[in-house]
Write a protein that binds this ligand. Structure first.
Ligand code: SF4
Length: 405
């Protein structure tokens, strides 16, 4: 399949990708709560990985212009200057940025960033940096097993602001031992820095991680659910007051600061994915690369596809998936856009399933779109799961489209 840049402009965004994710798995250390595809203590393999990544990109055969690139990890800025330069050059060759507004994000950590790297990134077209900060309190950073100390963060963000026009920070709430006061300080400190985007995530105990093991051995006490809820409500209220609008359940941005790449995911549009464990959604197929580092290298060097899993959803399944994903956006699901994207009427699919949540105040309907209310955002996963199950188990539409149940 070939695709010219002019055809990209006209291509349907949920079928032909205009976004690309590139995974760089290396980290200086594996944080206690992290279950991403991460590689530590194998720095001697970084050059080999970049070679494998280039081989995977070459499988495209022709360059694919994209509007957004997201270089995630892992810690992409853990790479040396020369390695970063090589990475950015191969991305520019195979995934050139094209469009009126383009975005190239790189993920980073406070301890892996310096002025030289920022300058190189800026010169290579990176215009957005997302820094994994998580907390301004050293004891919480220790619980999370993060490497950096809180006192380096201010100078790192100020330094990044000299080179990169958009800066985002990640903060985690619900860390064992964290108080409401700690969290208020974290939010207030973050927004005093030169950033235009903030992501706030409730801590999750992913199965098999060191933090999950500590929890199951009774070695730590999770923050009570009602405190976590208060923390989330505080973040929503405070950030709104300070000019950060919430455009997704966990994401807040000043005007012009929202992450265009992540908006592709939340629209359920298509995207490329390259590298260890990377997911992609291309031409209506969902694919996942192998998470085994040695297998990834082996397959790429043998000229084989590193895809480990492939799934083609039916049209009805895609419509349900689009509904669940778009409900995470503050603007929710736009009826007309949904119909164009999926071929189905939102009300026909989910009208009955939405009703109890409209009555209970978890959803709002302005006639054009259906969206979560503030109350709904606090229990978003549960609301979305219940809507899903009502559609699947009780709606006439579902019986027509999933006759076997
Ligand atoms: S730095 Fe980020 S990706 Fe790396 S181990 Fe820690 S949380 Fe995971």
């Amino acid at each position: 399949m070939t695709e010219s840049s002019s055809s990209m402009a006209n291509a349907v965004p949920w079928i032909v990708p205009r976004a690309a994710y590139i995974h760089i798995p290396f980290c200086a250390h594996h944080c206690g709560y992290c279950d991403f595809a991460v590689v530590t203590h194998q720095d001697q393999q970084i050059d080999l990985y970049l070679e494998a990544l280039e081989l995977e990109l070459q499988r495209l055969q022709t360059p694919r212009p994209v509007q957004t690139r997201f270089i995630g990890g892992g810690t992409p800025t853990y790479l040396s200057l020369a390695q970063l330069e090589r990475l950015l050059a191969m991305l520019q060759q195979w995934l050139p940025l094209e469009g009126k507004v383009v975005e190239c994000t790189i993920e980073s950590t406070p301890e892996s960033l310096d002025a030289e790297k920022c300058q190189l990134l800026a010169e290579a077209g990176v215009n957005r940096i997302s820094i994994g900060l998580q907390s301004f309190h050293n004891h919480h950073l220790s619980t999370l097993e993060r490497l950096h100390r809180a006192d380096v963060v201010d100078s790192v963000v100020v330094m990044a602001a000299k080179f990169l026009p958009h800066r985002s920070l990640d903060l985690i709430f619900g860390v064992p031992g964290q108080t409401m006061e700690d969290w208020q300080q974290d939010i207030e400190h973050a927004i005093s820095l030169p950033i235009d985007h903030l992501s706030t995530y409730g801590l999750t105990y992913e199965k098999g991680t060191p933090l999950w093991k500590q929890l199951h051995r009774g070695q730590l006490t999770p923050v009570a659910e009602d405190i976590e809820l208060e923390m989330y409500l505080f973040a929503m209220r405070k950030l709104q007051e300070c000019g950060f609008s919430q455009y997704e359940i966990s994401n807040f941005a000043k005007a012009g600061g929202s992450c265009l790449h992540n908006e592709v995911y939340w629209a359920n549009h298509a995207y490329y994915g390259f590298g260890l464990g990377a997911a992609r959604y291309v031409h209506l197929n969902r694919e996942l690369n192998t998470r085994s580092f040695s297998e990834y290298l082996r397959r790429c060097f043998r000229g084989e596809d590193p895809t480990f899993q492939r799934e083609t959803l039916s049209e009805a399944e895609r419509a349900l998936e689009t509904l669940a994903i778009q409900l995470r956006r503050a603007r929710g699901i736009h009826r007309t856009e949904f119909q164009i994207q999926t071929g189905y009427s939102l009300d026909e699919i989910a009208g009955d399933a939405f009703s109890p949540f409209l009555d209970s105040g978890h959803l709002q309907d302005d006639g054009t779109s259906i969206a979560l209310t503030t109350t709904g955002k606090c229990v978003a996963d549960s609301v979305i799961a219940q809507i899903f199950s009502r559609i699947r188990n009780t709606s006439q539409w579902s019986l027509n489209h999933f006759p076997s149940g």
